[in-house]
Design a protein around this ligand. Sequence first.
Ligand code: UDP
Length: 238
Amino acid sequence: MSKTRRVLLKVSGEWFSGSNEKGFDKKTFISLSESLVAAKSKKIQIALVLGGGNIYRGRELTSLNIDQVSADYIGMLSTIMNGIALSNFLSSNDCENSLFSSFAIGNFVKAYSKEEAERALVEDKIVILVGGLGNPLFTTDSTASVRAVELNADVMLKATNVDGVYSEDPKINKEAIKYDHLSFEEAITKNLKVMDQTSLCFCRDNNLSVRVFNADAEEAILETIINENTDIGTLVEL
Ligand code: UDP
């Protein structure tokens, strides 16, 4: 029997705000929920790690003289707000899901455990992971790579607002080349804007491939979830 495909999708908070600077965008929620429902019907197990940039990012607050560690606590709490919103939205659209935070929060968001998250995946629920790693000084990219390895995901999908990884910033240099495939070594040594170096090294050391793609491209979320051979975006691998 072939193994059920399991993916980890990292969605930035910024994407949740659509064309607004902050907050939630209804169209984005609808399109994400439709893609998840369609992917689930193909029996794919999906875990999401959510960012928090549409509410607060730690580094935005340090300019207010809030120290980095406290600012990061606020950043992590922002990801939890996103999780509560998305979980509720999916439930009201008949998309069964389980929300877990890295740390217990009140009695309304369960604390993450690998076993419970895996059980939810096997029960065909979308697993939503928030609260980052529960530690300041990390990012949700690092969270996504750690959880992907922990949960034995086949691939980490990183939804962004660019079409993939480029040799240079394509907004600055029109000649910049988009990579279809890229090795971790190249991404790390050239400091390409894939994700932070901590997460890149972690993915390399654990042989976890990462597909970086544009979440706004038509059907891209669904296609990258269901099709392991898709050519959308850039695949970063060993
Ligand atoms: N954060 C943290 N530890 C973690 C993950 C996240 O302290 O393990 C904080 C950090 O301040 C970060 C914020 O949470 O800026 C939101 O995460 P991120 O910036 O990665 O969100 P995104 O840019 O993807 O929306």
